[in-house]
Design a protein around this ligand. Structure first.
Ligand SMILES: [Zn+2]
Ligand SMILES: [Zn+2]
Length: 171
């Protein structure tokens, strides 16, 4: 996902970048595939730096952390960063702060934003993707998908727990 700053004559400017097929191969727990992604940008120029506010939207296939079934969803995440010439903030020997940067080289005002988009998508996946808030998951005893089927394990388990508690409390 390449941002070409020569396309803009005035700022603030808006841009929409689309990922090319296969450009956003991401290895992340629960993320099975990213079909396509768009990065919407609001760009403000200040001196030699371009301040970008970005919103990533990605059509993705995730694996539910409860039932382990794949499901399609739209991920959205925001990413703010600064685009500048390579080494622009190292002139004074400044330590780089927490800001994210993307760089272009010399007179070529093209910056690759793929990595920033990738990070925003990973953040949007979160730690525990769910096919639905109400997902019942799979039975830890017999392994059936409790969204599709029911089983009797939970009753049995409850009985055992009650037994254990009784034993613990010495009744
Ligand atoms: Zn699920
Ligand atoms: Zn079961």
């Amino acid at each position: 996902m390449i941002l070409d700053l020569r396309e803009f004559e005035t700022f603030p400017a808006r841009a929409l970048l689309q990922s090319r097929p296969g450009e956003l191969e991401i290895e992340f727990n629960g993320l099975m595939a990213v079909k396509n992604a768009g990065l919407e940008l609001k760009i403000q120029k200040s001196g030699e730096e371009y301040f970008c506010q970005g919103v990533v939207t990605a059509l993705a296939t995730l694996e539910c952390s409860r039932c382990l079934e794949d499901f399609d969803t739209v991920l959205t995440g925001s990413t703010d960063f600064i685009v500048c010439a390579e080494g622009c903030h190292n002139k004074d020997g400044d330590v780089i702060d927490d800001e994210d940067y993307a760089y272009f080289k010399g007179a070529d005002l093209r910056a690759d934003l793929t990595e920033l988009a990738r990070q925003a998508i990973i953040l949007a996946v979160g730690m525990k993707p769910l096919c639905s808030e109400e997902c019942r998951g799979i039975c830890s005893q017999c392994g059936v998908n409790l969204n599709d089927e029911t089983c009797n394990c939970s009753n049995k388990l409850d009985d055992e727990r009650r037994e254990d508690l009784k034993n613990l409390s010495g009744q």
